[in-house]
Design a protein around this ligand. Structure first.
Ligand SMILES: *Cc1c(COP(=O)(O)O)cnc(C)c1O
Length: 421
């Protein structure tokens, strides 16, 4: 660790020298900027031979999740023009976000998955800086058990296991209460998961044992208030994806929570080298982009967003209703994730001779290319909704205004062609 502190000293020295040289010439601008002619960007999607699509799916990672609002794109373009100190930017953006999101502290990470890594690393290494270098391989002297509901084991738990922890699975509240011991380092909760133990009990029992608890709410805005609901409920750490409902850069995430844990997470994160988070660097453009996205999102209104999505879904439904046997229903998924109006379309496959999966493929191959929600063709029946192969799900919330008209027209063409086929 001597090496790290020497480097820190060097860095501080460098900053001091920089500050004094700036002070010397503070009366004149640092750089005389010339007005450059504006550059027209190259369309690299075209140049590389990619076909972008209309996103009628939702905020799916592999589909690049979301499009940033103009305000966010403009803030990123501005931020890209001047160098800054990354630690200063992380500190200042964290303070700003914590204030806006009503929590003690905040950190911009390279995604919710990265927030899971550095948040878990924070719990494992807090108060023990030499452990920062040691995880995930040198765990022998460290607490390493994370309690989780069996039903909350999910596609992102590798992020926690990256820190050398092992999961202790519980099912009932009684098992949860008995799972704590001297090795317990964290209790993890999957916000959109289902299980016998609710959020309040999860927090209460963890705190009785002095153990921090983490809530993964990556895909769980809107509603806007979720951005503070879970920290105010007592979760010590909470994460949201920056690029899903928030519509910031896809490679960003929010880690919100207790100041001591956020400070510990920072120590485990880029730009510090030889840390578990060093590979999860967030650039200045992305940090600023997420702050701008939070500002943008907080200026929105839940009811207005919901009304807009409902209107889009109803517009598509309206244009399909005259096709024989087609039934439509606007629904909001029952879980906390993607909790916005979607359109469910069902039909009699004896009349319309095509499966949902085939419709999805035809929409993907058509012009323009359109991606439907991935539960199309296999939507599970739930909460009074029909499911099965003859289902089409349209995620309308990531459509650009007006695109619902194009989606409706193409769906109509595909379904009608399957009648005469
Ligand atoms: C999307 C998602 C993540 C990962 O988020 P990124 O921002 O892409 O890293 C983690 N957990 C859950 C529940 C998610 O839905």
């Amino acid at each position: 660790m001597a090496r790290i502190s020497r480097r820190k000293l060097l860095r501080k020295g460098g900053q001091a020298a920089f500050a004094s040289s700036v002070a010397l010439c503070s009366s004149s601008p640092l750089v005389a900027r010339e007005k450059k002619p504006s550059v027209k960007g190259v369309d690299y999607y075209e140049k590389l031979g990619l076909t972008p699509f209309i996103n009628a799916a939702g905020t799916y990672t592999v589909l690049s999740a979301s499009i940033m609002p103009d305000e966010v794109q403009a803030a990123i373009a501005l931020a890209s023009k001047q160098p800054v100190n990354l630690n200063e930017l992380l500190d200042k953006s964290g303070e700003y976000l914590a204030k806006r999101l009503r929590c003690e502290a905040a950190l911009v990470t390279s995604g919710a998955a990265a927030a899971l890594v550095v948040g878990t690393a924070a719990c494992v290494t807090k108060g023990n800086d030499s452990a920062i270098l040691g995880i995930p391989t040198d765990m022998s002297a460290l607490k390493n058990e994370v309690i989780i509901q069996k039903t909350h084991r999910y596609g992102y738990d590798h992020a926690l296991r990256n820190c050398g922890i092992r999961f202790v699975e519980v099912d009932t509240l009684e098992q949860y209460e008995q799972a704590f011991n001297e090795h317990t380092v964290m209790a993890h909760f999957f916000n959109a998961g289902e299980g016998k133990i609710g959020r309040e009990d999860w927090v209460r029992v963890a705190h009785q044992h002095g153990v921090p608890c983490f809530n993964d709410a990556a895909a769980d805005v809107p509603p806007i208030s979720n951005l503070w609901n879970y920290t105010q409920m007592g979760f010590d750490l909470v994460t949201f994806s920056g690029g899903k409902g928030l519509r910031g850069p896809q490679c960003t995430g929010l880690l919100l929570g207790r100041k001591d844990l956020i400070d510990a997470a920072k120590k485990n994160n880029s730009p510090n080298s030889n840390t578990i988070g060093r590979g999860m660097k967030v650039a200045k453009e992305e940090i600023v982009g997420l702050v701008a996205a939070v500002d943008w999102f907080l200026s929105q209104d839940d009811a207005a967003m919901e009304a807009e999505y409902r209107k889009r879904a109803e517009r598509i439904a309206e244009s399909l209703k005259s096709i024989a046997t087609v039934q439509t229903q606007v629904f909001v998924p029952a879980v906390a994730a993607n909790h916005v109006p979607h359109l469910l379309i069902t039909y009699d496959q004896n009349r319309i001779k095509i499966t949902g999966a085939e419709v999805m493929e035809k929409m993907r191959e058509g012009k323009p290319r359109i991606e439907l929600n991935p539960s199309t063709g296999e939507a599970p029946a739930s909460a009074g909704l029909p499911g099965g192969p003859n289902t089409i799900v349209v995620g309308v919330w990531m459509l650009q205004p007006g695109e619902e008209v194009i989606v409706a027209k193409r769906l109509r063409e595909v379904l009608e062609a399957a009648i005469s086929a």
